[in-house]
Design a protein around this ligand. Structure first.
Ligand code: ATP
Length: 354
C-alpha cells in the first residue's frame, strides 16, 4: 500500500520537454489513470514514478519518502508492461514463482503464495501448463500473477490491455478493476483510451503535450472539463463547441445565447474576448419552441439512441436523442439547452470560464 505524491516533476530529453512541472497526489489504494493522446508524456511520468527514468527536476514521495533519485529496486513497485513479458520456456507456476525465488524466499512459502495468487486470478487449473500454448487472456492473467505475487507497494501499468481485441479488452478491464478492489493496492495505469479511463479509474489525470490539463474524479472530468481539450478528448461523440460572436466585458453578470442565459462567475468579471459554448450531445433537446435553430444534416442509429448532426449558426452540433424520435435529414429543428449543463470557454486559451 502506498500514497504517491508528485511535486513539480519535469523531464527533458535534450531540448525537448516531455513532462512539464507536474504535480498531483495519488491516495493509498487508488486506481489512478494517466490519460492522454500519444506522446503527451504519460509513459515518461509512469517511468519516473517507477524509477525507470530519472526526472530532470521535481520530487516523488512514496509514503512520505522522497525517492526521485533512488533506483527502481529500492521503490518496491511492480511495473506491468503490455503483460506479455513472460518466460516462454517455463510453465505458469514457474513464471509466477520467479520473482519470489529470485528474492530467496523458501520453497514452502513460494508454493503457498503462488497458490494464493492462482486462486485470486482463477488460474489454478493451468499452473502446470507451458505459457507458450495459452490464450491471450490467460497469458495476461499469468503476467498479472507475476506482478502481484511479491505484494509490492504499488503497481505501474502501461497500456496493459493494449494488445487485446475489443471484446477481451473489456473483460480484462473488468477483471483488473475487480482484482484491484480485492487487493486494494495503489495502481497507476497509463491509457490513451478515455472510455477505459472513465470506467476503471478512481481519479484521472488528463495530459496534453507534457502538461496536466485536468486532475479529478471521472464524473468531474466529464461534467466540468477544465479546457476545450479535455471536453473534446472525453466523451463519444465529444462535447459540441458553438462559437459565440459576443464578448463578455467587465461588469457583465450574464451572457446570452438566444434564450439561454448563463451566469458569469465573479472571478471572471474582467474577462473580455470571444466565447465558446460547450454542450454535450445528450444535453441538447429538440424543442419546436426553442429560439436556437438549425437544419438536420445526418442521423446515425445506435440502437436505443441516435446521433443527429445539426447545422446551426454557431457551428455543427451533435444531439443524442432517443431513437424513436422522428428526425429526418433536411428538417428545421429548434434546440433547447439546460443552462446548468453548458460549459463556457474562453476561445483564445480554450480554458473553461464556468
Ligand atoms: P505513447 O502512448 O505514444 O507512448 P506517451 O504519452 O506515453 O505516448 P511518452 O512515451 O511519455 O508519451 O513520450 C512523451 C514524448 O517524449 C514523446 O514525444 C516521445 O517521443 C518523447 N520521448 C520519450 N522517451 C524519450 C527518449 N528516451 N528520448 C527522447 N525522447 C523521448
Amino acid at each position: 500500500m502506498a500514497e504517491i505524491v508528485i511535486e513539480n516533476l519535469r523531464k527533458e530529453f535534450g531540448d525537448f520537454t516531455a513532462v512539464q512541472s507536474s504535480s498531483f497526489r495519488i491516495e493509498d489504494g487508488e486506481f489512478f489513470m494517466l490519460l492522454g493522446p500519444s506522446g503527451c508524456g504519460k509513459t515518461t511520468t509512469l517511468r519516473m514514478i517507477a524509477g525507470l527514468e530519472l526526472p530532470t527536476s521535481g520530487e516523488i514521495y512514496i509514503d512520505g519518502e522522497e525517492v526521485a533519485n533512488r533506483p527502481a529496486s529500492q521503490r518496491d513497485i511492480a511495473f506491468v508492461f503490455q503483460m506479455f513479458a513472460l518466460y516462454p520456456h517455463m510453465n505458469v507456476r514457474k513464471n509466477i514463482s520467479y520473482p519470489l525465488i529470485s528474492q530467496g524466499m523458501k520453497r514452502a512459502q513460494v508454493k503457498a503464495r503462488v497458490a494464493e495468487v492462482a486462486r485470486i486470478l482463477g488460474i489454478e487449473d493451468i499452473l502446470d501448463r507451458p505459457v507458450g500454448g495459452l490464450s491471450g487472456g490467460d497469458r495476461q492473467r499469468v503476467a498479472l500473477g507475476r506482478a502481484i505475487v511479491r505484494e509490492p507497494k504499488a503497481f505501474m501499468m502501461d497500456e496493459p490491455l493494449g494488445a487485446l481485441d475489443a471484446e477481451f479488452r473489456e473483460r480484462m478491464a473488468e477483471e483488473l478493476r475487480a482484482l484491484h478492489d480485492r487487493m486494494g493496492a495503489t495502481t497507476v495505469y497509463v491509457t490513451h483510451d478515455q472510455l477505459e479511463a472513465m470506467q476503471m479509474g478512481d481519479k484521472i489525470v488528463v495530459m496534453n503535450h507534457g502538461v496536466i490539463e485536468q486532475f479529478g474524479v471521472p464524473q468531474d472530468i466529464y461534467d466540468k472539463p477544465a479546457s476545450m481539450f479535455v471536453a473534446d478528448f472525453i466523451g463519444s461523440p465529444p462535447m459540441n463547441f458553438l462559437k459565440f460572436p459576443g464578448v463578455l466585458a467587465r461588469g457583465d453578470r450574464a451572457v446570452r445565447m438566444h434564450d439561454v442565459e448563463l451566469g458569469v462567475p465573479l472571478a471572471e468579471e474582467g474577462f473580455r474576448g470571444d466565447l465558446v459554448f460547450g454542450v454535450r450531445p445528450e444535453h441538447v433537446r429538440f424543442d419546436d419552441a426553442a429560439a436556437y435553430r438549425g437544419r438536420v444534416l445526418a442521423t446515425e442509429y445506435l440502437g436505443t439512441t441516435q446521433i443527429v448532426t445539426v447545422d446551426t449558426e454557431g457551428g455543427q452540433l451533435k444531439v443524442r436523442a432517443p431513437s424513436d424520435q422522428r428526425v429526418t435529414v433536411g428538417d428545421q429543428v429548434g434546440l433547447a439547452f439546460d443552462r446548468r449543463t453548458i460549459t463556457l470557454f474562453e476561445a483564445a486559451s480554450g480554458r473553461a470560464l464556468c
